[in-house]
Design a protein around this ligand. Structure first.
Ligand SMILES: Nc1ncnc2c1ncn2[C@@H]1O[C@H](COP(=O)(O)OP(=O)(O)OP(=O)(O)O)[C@@H](O)[C@H]1O
Length: 526
């Protein structure tokens, strides 16, 4: 059988025809290839001019002549001088720009001539006037670096959520400010090129058809963060080391403030600074989640250093819309007090039952205080969700992993203290009512509390920042609350939300061994 294949040779600007003889009778296919080329005569944009006679002589067969029609659109390429060879090479092709759309110029290509002018011994800045002088078209003589196949393998759709703010105007090492892309923490970006280890190319989600811009690669940002590693990590902390597990939140009741809770919070400060791994937040891979009206609300987890205002914000949310928001009822092994009700203030259970729940991994977090257990169970979260409410949880970030699943799809809000001057100002003049039990009780902060709060917030953000969907700075409480409420309303109403790639399997298969039937039952739920 004779087959004829046609392929476009970008290096020469010609079509290649190959005749292929296949012998089907052999167990292994043998092919005989004959290749011949025909110059392609029809008009295309960009125009491919005839190959000059001398071109192939001096540069062997690797030279390429590319002619681009000049428009108002910038070329979308940057050049640099290769320090070892002195050659002028294409440093970067901006995705979506004229050079990229032409498909004829690639990163690493060596530029030999522009409009017939040799670039030998020229500096990059001397080349710009040559480009500016050309009228209708710019003609490049190029020695290509990559084959087409190599380039196409890297073109995949990848979305990330940025976990830091980036302003190119504040970045002295950006190769070209005009070609950079500014972004804010929380923005979803489409990464269009990761070919360069230092500078990736990306575009904003709403602008994915436009041109791309340069952003620092994950590696570059991590290196930068490592270089400014804060002193706080190496400083011994004040604080009490009590026998409570890391992650135990100060109280399992809304707004409760007791001495055991304060000790637990202090312990968290210590543990968070010592035990957790360092992983500076850069980008997190995300996928779109199309929320259906029947879907349960995402759990909202508020995290922050002790005293920052997590409970105050939670309390305000509950009061503002009790039909929309709900909180979990914790378990405890202590005696019920006169004014307390079962299932409202706590689930009062025996030590035996509590330990059963621990063994069956039913707690998000638990701990003991003055000989009594306290804990927040997964079932209590399910109960709030089943009521059709947004479940508000507060937990230490180290405990988020337990609910960081497609089942709960948590939206994590980090409540951050403002600068210390503002912290002093706002906290000292505040007079907040806690709850019925603590009527008119105002928490008095010392200077050391403020410093601890800021240190702990920095550590939390550094270690767990990759889990945070939103950061709210709690300076003025009214503004912080307004921002939080409007953000939560937005995410609960949005049809498309961006969630971590690790939740991509919304349908999970759970295998349970049934003792009665001696069978494995597969349950599929989303
Ligand atoms: N922005 C603010 N301005 C002034 N006071 C505030 C502000 N935010 C919170 N507070 C007050 O600070 C105190 C601590 O707040 P809250 O109890 O909410 O902190 P928390 O983060 O829950 O800490 P903990 O876990 O230790 O209870 C409360 O008296 C609260 O009213």
């Amino acid at each position: 059988m004779l087959r004829v294949c046609m392929a476009w040779d970008t290096y020469r600007g010609v079509f290649l025809f190959s005749a292929c003889q296949i012998d089907w009778t052999q167990p292994s296919l043998t092919t005989i290839l004959t290749v011949f080329s025909i110059p392609f005569a029809e008009d295309f944009e960009p125009v491919l001019p005839p190959i000059p006679d001398d071109a192939l002589e001096d540069e062997e067969d690797s030279v390429k002549i590319v002619s681009l029609v000049k428009t108002k659109e910038p070329l979308g390429a940057t050049i640099k001088r290769d320090t070892s060879t002195g050659a002028i090479v294409v440093a970067r092709i901006m995705r979506g720009g004229a050079a990229d759309k032409s498909g004829l110029i690639h990163e690493g290509d060596e530029l030999k001539e522009v409009n017939g002018v040799s670039l030998e011994h020229r500096k990059p800045k001397e080349i710009l006037p040559l480009l500016a002088r050309s009228k209708d078209e710019v003609r490049f003589k190029i020695i290509p670096a990559y084959s087409r196949e190599e380039m196409s393998t890297t073109k995949q759709k990848l979305f990330v959520r940025a976990l830091f703010d980036y302003d190119p105007n504040q970045d002295p090492s950006i190769p070209c400010k005009d070609a950079a892309l500014a972004f804010k923490r929380g923005d979803v970006l489409q990464i269009v090129s990761m070919e360069d280890d230092t500078w990736w190319q990306a575009c904003h989600l709403e602008d994915s058809n436009g041109g791309a811009g340069l952003i620092p690669s994950k590696e570059l940002h991590e290196r930068r963060v490592a270089l400014q590693r804060p002193k706080a990590l190496f400083q011994p902390r004040r604080g009490l080391c009590v026998s409570l597990p890391a992650g135990l939140r100060r109280s399992f009741r809304l707004g409760r403030k007791s001495s055991w809770a304060k000790e637990a919070a202090r312990f968290r400060r210590w543990s968070a600074g010592v035990h957790s791994s360092i992983c500076p937040p850069t980008y997190i891979k995300v996928i779109p989640y199309h929320r259906e009206p029947k879907d349960r609300h995402r759990v909202v987890i508020l995290v922050g250093p002790s005293g920052v205002g997590v409970n105050e914000l939670k309390r305000r949310l509950l009061i503002s819309d009790p039909d929309r928001y709900g909180v979990t009822v914790p378990h405890t092994t202590r005696e019920k007090r006169r004014q307390e009700s079962e299932g409202v203030d706590y689930h009062f259970v025996s030590v035996h039952m509590f330990e059963e729940l621990i063994l069956s991994h039913r707690f998000i977090e638990y701990g003991s205080y003055r000989g009594h257990y306290y804990g927040t169970s997964l079932d209590s979260v399910h109960r709030v969700m089943a009521e059709g409410k947004v479940c508000l949880l507060d937990a230490h970030p180290s405990k988020i992993k337990r609910v960081y699943t497609s089942e709960f799809k948590p939206y994590v809000v980090f409540v951050k203290p403002p600068r210390i001057e503002e912290l002093r100002l706002t906290r000292r003049r505040a007079k907040f009512v806690r709850d019925e039990e603590d009527t008119n009780q105002v928490r008095i902060f010392s200077e050391a509390d403020f410093e601890d709060m800021i240190d702990l917030a920095e550590n939390m953000e550094r270690q767990y920042g990759h889990l945070f969907d939103k950061v709210i700075v709690n300076a003025d409480i009214a503004s912080a609350f307004r921002e939080l409420r409007s953000d939560l309303e937005k995410i609960q109403e949005a049809r498309v939300q961006w969630v971590p790639t690790e939740w991509s399997f919304f349908c999970q298969l759970h295998a349970i061994w049934s003792r009665d039937t001696n069978m494995i039952i597969i349950i599929n739920f989303s």
